[in-house]
Design a protein around this ligand. Structure first.
Ligand SMILES: Cc1cc2nc3c(=O)[nH]c(=O)nc-3n(C[C@H](O)[C@H](O)[C@H](O)COP(=O)(O)OP(=O)(O)OC[C@H]3O[C@@H](n4cnc5c(N)ncnc54)[C@H](O)[C@@H]3O)c2cc1C
Length: 508
């Protein structure tokens, strides 16, 4: 007998970058009934949809504002990791950069046990989702649900940055970092912006247009606290809404899409995770999976600021241009490890007291070697987990960023940037680079890898995203990445949603 008052075929936990894709694709074919549960509220705040207002949302009620443990590699500092708590998840508050990563990221995933996730296999999913302003090609899709375009209004300084890269021997300007080759070319960032100039979040692209599908039910302010099982078979879940504890059944599958911090937390609260750790906080163990919450990787960013002689108007979109490189010789078989972002003055990010005309470079470590973890603080689902990214633990990570600063200085000295780089204000030409990096590195908000795909002792899901040892339960979001991609993580997370939907529909 079904113990639940209400049962859906699929229940998706989390309406973020991945969950919105799943809700759309799972309700598109056939009549399977899907329930999408989101802990945050609707995405009605106009600042979510404007190209500049979202900066005010960082630190607001739509941001979880996770706090890390003190980080030894950051001189003992504690960081805040913003993550979206709202329909659209991170895609409703993120900086709209559309970056798929390096092709070797996916070939490495495949080599690490994620069969079927190599670049050739995932490229069709990127193309399927995309409505690229530049039209269809071998690397871009047209007519998909997600509007992607080159940054619509580049500043003159951004143009000078691309010219400076060319002067140094890189490809460009206007290099397509989502095309045949990501590395060694400077181009405008491609951005998630609709044709009428608003944020193209996962919710805007995938969810809002299908709210009226009769086989979809979306509940907001509904926080899932526990997944329910009959033996090892997933049968439903428990959630809190309006102070009430509710239960709902899942006839076919539950898909956890809570993001890289909350997905492992929910698995652990449900008895799936490192056995000793679960017992230590009083959670009965259903499946001892030591890898749940391990393998946490995140991108860190470190700024450099130059005073400009010319006027530097605020850009329309936060980051304007980009260059990806490998920082060490002999890395040819590895993905890029450094992303260099460049913008004309960003008033919200300029430190107080800085002169009015500035340009900003940001060195981003995109293949960190350091690994951190997510653990339960307690068995209480409403308490934030213990987040220890272990930032800059490995000396190689600091070395990549130091190389990033050498590259920034070479670019700043190029003729094309004359007039924009009169004086290095940050870190300053006499500064100790390692101290600057450890003292000012911040997160780029791209946690990944905490429920990773694979078949070794620390893997959490198989290559069809099924949780090892448990029936009818999958994880689909940034947490399944075996290694974080070289670049911002929205596009890969949405791609994971596209591929997950196909896997689920094939298996059912
Ligand atoms: C400030 C910021 C800037 C960023 N900038 C960029 C950028 O410019 N470009 C880019 O590519 N990427 C960017 N990112 C990263 C990108 O947004 C994420 O990689 C992406 O959103 C991850 O998708 P996800 O599906 O794994 O998780 P999320 O999008 O975080 O979605 C998870 C959702 O699940 C919900 N949830 C979690 N647990 C539960 C539960 N127990 N019950 C119910 N609901 C739950 C959450 O509320 C959330 O809505 C940025 C992120 C942030 C925070």
């Amino acid at each position: 007998m079904n113990p639940f008052a209400s049962t859906f075929d699929y229940v998706v936990i989390g309406a973020g970058a991945t969950g919105c894709v799943l809700a759309n694709r799972l309700t598109a074919r056939g009549d399977a009934r899907v329930l999408l549960l989101e802990a945050g509220g609707p995405d009605g705040d106009p600042r979510i949809h404007s190209l500049t207002g979202f900066l005010q949302l960082w630190g607001s009620a739509v941001d979880y504002q996770f706090r890390t443990e003190p980080q030894v590699g950051l001189n003992g500092r504690t960081l805040t990791i913003s993550q979206g708590k709202v329909i659209g998840g991170g895609s409703s508050i993120h900086a709209m950069m559309y970056v798929r990563g390096h092709r070797l990221n996916y070939d490495q995933w495949n080599a690490q046990g994620a069969d079927g996730w190599n670049y050739a296999a995932v490229l069709p999913y990127f193309k399927k989702s995309e409505d690229f302003e530049g039209g269809e090609s071998a690397y871009h899709g047209a007519g998909g649900l997600v509007s992607v375009r080159a940054n619509p209004r580049l500043s003159a300084a951004a143009g000078a940055f691309m010219e400076a890269a060319v002067e140094l021997g890189y490809n460009g300007p206007d290099w397509d970092i989502n095309g045949a080759q990501q590395e060694n070319g400077a181009g405008p960032l491609q951005v998630l912006v609709t044709k009428d100039g608003h944020r193209a979040s996962a919710a805007v692209a995938y969810l809002t247009p299908i709210f009226s599908r009769p086989n979809l039910k979306v509940k907001t302010a509904a926080q899932v606290t526990r997944i329910l099982f009959d033996g090892r078979r997933t049968v439903g879940l428990e959630y809190l809404q309006g102070g009430q504890r509710e239960q709902v059944g899942a006839g076919r599958e539950v898909i956890v899409s809570g993001g890289s911090i909350l997905s492992p937390q929910l698995l652990m609260l449900s008895g799936i995770g490192p056995g000793d750790h679960l017992r230590s906080v009083g959670v009965p163990v259903l499946q001892d999976l030591p890898g749940v919450g391990q393998n946490l990787q995140d991108h860190v960013q470190v700024p450099a600021i130059y005073e400009a002689e010319r006027e530097t108007p605020a850009p329309t979109i936060l980051a304007e241009t980009v260059l990806f490189v490998r920082t060490r010789p002999g890395m040819d078989a590895a993905p890029t490890d450094l992303q260099l972002l460049f913008s004309s003055r960003v008033p919200a990010l300029a430190p107080p007291g800085t002169p009015p005309n500035l340009v900003m470079f940001v060195a981003v470590l995109v293949q960190p070697q350091s690994r951190g973890s997510i653990r339960l603080r307690s068995a209480n689902a409403l308490e934030q987990p213990v987040i220890d990214p272990n930032y800059l633990h490995c000396p190689a990570d600091v070395a990549s960023l130091v190389e990033g600063f050498h590259l920034i200085r070479r670019l700043a000295s190029a003729k094309a940037l004359a007039g924009y780089t009169r004086a290095e204000l940050l870190p300053g030409s006499q500064a100790n680079l390692v101290e600057h990096i450890r003292g000012s590195a911040a997160t780029l908000w791209h946690p990944a890898g905490t429920c990773r795909i694979g078949y070794d002792a620390l893997a959490v899901v198989d290559s069809r995203l099924r949780v090892h040892g448990i029936e009818r339960l999958r994880v689909a979001d940034a947490s399944v990445m075996p290694t974080v991609t070289s670049g911002n993580t929205y596009a890969p997370s949405a791609m994971i949603g596209e591929k997950a939907a196909d896997l689920i529909l094939e298996d059912n």
